[in-house]
Design a protein around this ligand. Structure first.
Ligand code: GLU
Length: 266
């Protein structure tokens, strides 16, 4: 096990994905304490010489809270509108908090068509490269305001794996509302145990992922497994950890066991 965890030891560039359930309370309002902690850890890692990329969800969830809506809109225009409001609030918070630690962020809002079109993909890569060169921290979300069905990634787990590939990251860390992948659903089965390492994402492993996650976000464990697969096929390991403790990212970098580690191919 130590050998596989070592894969992320001394990583130079990591992509960290944080989900809506980690960024907001059930009230729909932002979890300020959590966001502050996350920004502090990422700023500190940046200070240590590492390059960090943040893929953040929460635009729709935070927008719903800010607009005072009772629930996430069921129609696309409703979700688009909520996202425009929430994305502002999110970036305001990130900009304010990263600035407190002397860091500069740059926002990239991406749709699937940006990746599928070779020219736009190239432009995107150039923008990432320049941001790294300038020493800024890229903060990414799906462009939910325009991401209607045909061009939607759908979930930021998938998006984070694509970003990890585009930026040639050494690792992908997914923060969520559960400790990692379990042998069965820990909410309903008290015998469920955390799986520390997944060598290969087989059908049996996918079968453990169960249903959807929280009502505020979009993905669930299955979209995280798909993300780990996408990243792994490009030689990038993924770790799924509980977003309650962003400090756990330090442990990952130290090569210690936390959450579920998904080995990369090759
Ligand atoms: N892009 C969506 C948002 O910011 C989240 C998608 C997801 O939850 O994976 O609200």
């Amino acid at each position: 096990m130590a050998k596989t965890m070592d894969n992320l030891k001394n990583a130079k560039r990591i992509v960290v994905k944080v989900g809506t359930s980690s960024l907001t309370y059930e009230t729909g309002k932002t979890n300020i304490r959590r966001i502050k902690k996350l920004v502090e850890v990422l700023s500190d890692l940046k200070n240590s010489g590492m390059q960090v990329v943040l893929v953040t969800s929460g635009a729709i969830g935070v927008g719903v809270g800010k607009l005072g809506l009772a629930e996430k809109p069921h129609d696309t225009p409703g979700r688009q509108a909520a996202a425009t409001v929430g994305q502002c609030e999110l970036m305001f918070m990130y900009d304010k908090l990263f600035s407190e630690y002397g860091h500069t962020i740059g926002q990239l809002l991406i749709t699937r068509s940006d990746i599928e079109n070779p020219e736009r993909k190239e432009n995107l890569i150039n923008a990432f490269d320049k941001l790294f060169e300038y020493g800024a921290i890229p903060v990414i979300n799906e462009n939910d305001a325009v991401a209607v069905e045909e061009i939607v990634f759908g979930d930021n787990d998938n998006l984070s794996a694509i970003v990890a590939r585009l930026t040639h990251a050494d690792g992908l860390v997914i923060l969520t509302d559960i400790d990692g992948l379990f042998s069965s659903n820990p909410k309903t089965d008290e015998d469920a145990v955390l799986i520390p390492v997944v060598e290969e994402i087989t059908d049996e492993i996918e079968a453990l992922a169960g249903g959807a996650g929280s009502s505020r976000g979009t993905g669930g464990m299955i979209t995280k497994l798909h993300a780990a697969k996408t990243a792994g096929e490009a030689g990038i390991p993924t770790v799924i950890i509980n977003g309650t403790n962003p400090e756990d990212i330090y442990r990952i970098i130290e090569g210690r066991q936390v959450g579920t580690f998904f080995c990369a191919k090759k």
